[in-house]
Design a protein around this ligand. Structure first.
Ligand code: ZN
Length: 53
């Protein structure tokens, strides 16, 4: 599995929370640091490898 998890960024404290972490907590979109419910979806800083032929 090379599916990269989605990262959420808290709009209040700025913490980044991986989606797996949220799933462990009942799947609720909620900051694990401050409990704020508005999180922005951000892409993890992963360089996409494009296979050249
Ligand atoms: Zn927060």
């Amino acid at each position: 599995m090379d599916r990269t998890g989605i990262i959420y960024e808290c709009m209040r404290c700025g913490s980044t929370v991986p989606s797996e972490e949220l799933e462990l907590r009942g799947g609720e979109i909620k900051c694990i640091i401050c409990g704020y419910r508005i999180l922005k979806k951000v892409k993890p800083p992963v360089v996409k490898r494009v296979k050249a032929r």
